[in-house]
Design a binder for this molecule. Structure first.
Ligand SMILES: [Zn+2]
Length: 126
């Protein structure tokens, strides 16, 4: 019996082009946290601020029934390994992934979000 979270067979290893973070997406089933760039501390004020080009993969839906989209794609991301290359990686492997070139286009296009078509609106019979 394993306690490790199940890995989505479609999971890939990505590197954020804004903050440089490595992450697996889609994330494991029990850790459904999308990538959101960390903020930076302004040395002058000590306040946290958003990075320029920050990526936020949290899904938002602007209108009822509308297709959800990323909060902000920011500078995008690149594919650095097929499958989950992070779970079992050691420090040397993580460093190699930090420097790995993109597999495919850079930035990698965000795939469309699977979403059912809008249901027909009920007729307004007054
Ligand atoms: Zn990021």
């Amino acid at each position: 019996m394993t306690s490790r979270p199940s890995v989505d067979p479609a999971a890939q290893t990505w590197r954020c082009l804004c903050c440089g973070a490595l992450y697996v997406a889609p994330p494991p089933a029990r850790a459904r946290l999308p990538h959101v760039c960390t903020t930076l501390r302004d040395p002058a004020t000590g306040l946290r601020r958003y990075r320029v080009g920050a990526r936020d993969e949290t899904l938002v839906q602007d209108r009822i029934g509308a297709r959800p989209h990323l909060t902000d794609p920011g500078l995008g991301r690149i594919l650095v390994a097929h499958g989950d290359a992070l779970t079992a990686a050691d420090a040397a492997q993580l460093a190699a992934l930090q420097a790995a070139p993109a597999i495919g286009p850079s930035p990698f296009p965000d795939p469309p979000i699977d979403w059912p078509a809008d249901p027909p609106m009920p007729a307004d019979n007054g």
